[in-house]
Design a protein around this ligand. Structure first.
Ligand code: PGA
Length: 258
């Protein structure tokens, strides 16, 4: 296993926070703080209505912009939804798919996550697919089974070539927004399991070149330990991504990993 095959990636998930005006203010603070970072990719996934402002503000910087969801159809009667082509046209390069909040509050299933991921990948978007177990599933000792199943279904009909644009984010549901992060051992164990599933489906080369992130209460204090684990290639950051100082600490910690 060779971690250096993968460029670290830190993704901010702003969730339903920041108006376009506030988005520009946050980016105004963040851009100079991370300007020197060159080894680590940085993406901020902002609310749909902030995308244009964020793309404009980050032009020429080392921060890329993504969305937090995408519909599986190219167009049509899907009120309230957004297509991959719409995202691309306004300059979004990435998208999160299957976040646990989408699964819990908006009825996303493994199947709809797969459909959305495939649409995003077909369009050429970097696609950050979220998986993770609930507390009840962890307590029942089914974490590997649940996360393994979510990963396999999410990747169904995804080609080997498309894997170059796939990122898997392991986010235990019980750790999201709770301040209770997984231990480094717990996070590493599941991320290694996800990599082994990718290896089984796509082979050694692709599994060693796929970014696997940890997410769930990653913050300025705990990030270095998590990011140093051999199968954790970055983070999906919620709360701390809204604080430029904390987010910068996380980005720099990723950049410092050997
Ligand atoms: P958190 O959120 O960092 O606030 O726990 C992570 C996420 O939901 O992606």
């Amino acid at each position: 296993m060779n971690k250096s095959l993968r460029k670290p990636l830190i993704v901010g998930n702003w969730k339903m926070n920041k108006t376009p005006h506030e988005c520009v203010e946050l980016l105004d603070e963040l851009i100079p703080m991370v300007a020197e970072v060159d080894r680590t990719d940085i993406i901020v996934c902002v609310p749909y209505v902030d995308l244009c402002a964020a793309v404009e503000k980050t032009r020429g910087t080392n921060i890329k912009v993504g969305a937090q969801n995408v519909h599986s159809a190219p167009k049509g009667s899907f009120t309230g939804e957004i297509s991959a082509e719409m995202l691309l046209e306004i300059g979004a390069k990435s998208v999160i798919v299957g976040h646990s909040e989408r699964r819990t509050y908006f009825g996303e299933t493994n199947e709809t996550v797969n459909l959305r991921a495939r649409a995003a990948l077909d369009a050429g978007l970097k696609t950050i697919i979220c998986v993770g177990e609930t507390l009840a599933e962890r307590d029942a000792d089914t974490t590997e089974e649940v996360v393994g199943f979510q990963t396999k279904i999410a990747l169904q009909s995804v080609s080997a070539e498309q894997m170059a644009n796939v990122v898997i984010a392991y986010e235990p549901v019980w750790a999201i927004g709770t301040g209770r992060n997984a231990t480094t051992a717990q996070a590493q164990e599941v991320c290694a399991k996800i990599r082994s599933i990718i290896r089984k489906i796509y082979g050694e080369y692709i599994s060693e070149h796929t970014n696997i992130l940890y997410g769930g209460s990653m913050n300025a204090a705990n990030c270095a330990d998590l990011l140093n684990e051999p199968d954790i290639d970055g983070g999906l950051i919620g709360g701390a991504s809204l604080k430029p100082v904390d987010f910068t600490v996380i980005v720099k910690a990723a950049d410092d990993v050997n």
